[in-house]
Ligand binder design. Structure first.
Ligand code: PZK
Length: 297
């Protein structure tokens, strides 16, 4: 079903997520998978309402890969990253990155600058997120008094990550490492917001993953893409209701409109997207890339 069907000579398929695939380069001499490298391939697949849609968004994989590479460079003074090279096979050129294989930390590192999504749910139920008490009366989309680290479990695919208190992260990886990834995650969110603010974009929250190179914490996976973060147009920000998603709003609006004939609660797979929804969604990904980086896609 994924691009796992992709035949990449010299690489062995390792794993597929919803929208990305992982390969191991094969050692030229022995033909064995190299233990020290991985190839991270971003597909054009898009997910919405927990489904991977049948209709790809052209260039989505390349937009997200280039954006992630650009952000790694913006963050280089804060944290080392896993990128080795963007020189990859032609079949995946532009949408794949060769990375250093790390010992991944078993935590989803999330930081929030604005209250929405799972953070809002937890706040509504408990008046706190990740055990951090927040002022009363906050509404969907409000800016938090200060950014908060709200880690979660890494759930197997198809299941939802569960929020965990900071103490559970300490128990899992040790207090020193927990403090290090908390501080790095918040610093990445802060830097992301400083850069995005210059382009009229707010960064509500972001999820990052870290690995270890010896005892050094290294930023892995993708970073500050629309698939890992919520970006909002600053000029449309209006707390009190869900903010329009920069990238997926046309998809969500069409899927939940009568025109799609689909009901979220049906449990059925969503229908194929019409061409105009695909084209406008592609434009939003390109716009996000161009506004954030200041470069033409
Ligand atoms: C790694 N994932 C998630 C990403 C997928 C799944 N540098 C690394 N070293 C070791 N493991 C990983 C990484 C990274 N990044 C990342 N799972 C393992 C993932 C992309 C596609 F299918």
């Amino acid at each position: 079903m994924p691009d796992a069907s992709l035949d990449l000579p010299g690489f062995a398929h390792v794993y597929s997520g919803k929208v990305r695939d992982l390969y191991a380069p094969l050692d030229a001499a022995s033909g064995a998978p190299r233990p020290d490298r991985l190839l991270l391939v971003a597909s054009d697949r898009i997910s919405a309402y927990d489904f991977v849609l049948d209709t790809p968004i052209p260039d989505k994989g390349e937009v997200l890969t280039r954006l992630s590479l650009w952000w790694f460079a913006q963050l280089e003074d804060l944290v080392p990253n896993h990128v080795v090279s963007a020189d990859v096979p032609d079949a995946v050129r532009g949408r794949a990155v060769l990375v250093e294989r790390l010992e991944m930390l078993p935590v989803e590192c999330v930081a929030r600058a604005y209250l929405t999504g799972g953070g809002l749910e937890e706040y509504t139920a408990k008046g706190a997120v990740s055990g951090i008490p927040l002022p009363s009366g906050l509404v969907d989309g409000d800016r938090l008094p200060e950014p908060v680290f709200t880690p979660s479990t890494k759930a197997p695919m198809g299941q939802h990550d569960e929020p965990i208190p900071f103490g559970a992260v300490e128990a899992e990886i040790g207090s020193a490492l927990a403090a290090r990834v908390r501080d790095l995650t918040v610093a990445i969110l802060q830097r992301g917001n400083e850069v995005a603010a210059e382009r009229g974009i707010l960064l509500a929250d972001t999820k990052v993953e870290f690995g270890l190179r010896g005892d050094e914490v290294v930023l892995a996976d993708e970073v500050l893409t629309p698939d890992s973060s919520r970006f909002w147009p600053a000029d449309q920000w209006e707390p009190g209701h869900p903010q329009p998603s920069f990238d997926k709003q046309y998809v969500r609006d069409w899927l939940t409109s009568p025109a799609s004939g689909w009901s979220r609660s049906s449990g059925e797979a969503p229908p194929a997207l019409p061409d105009d929804v695909v084209a406008r969604t592609r434009s939003k990904y390109v716009e996000a890339y161009e506004r954030l980086t200041g470069e033409t896609f």
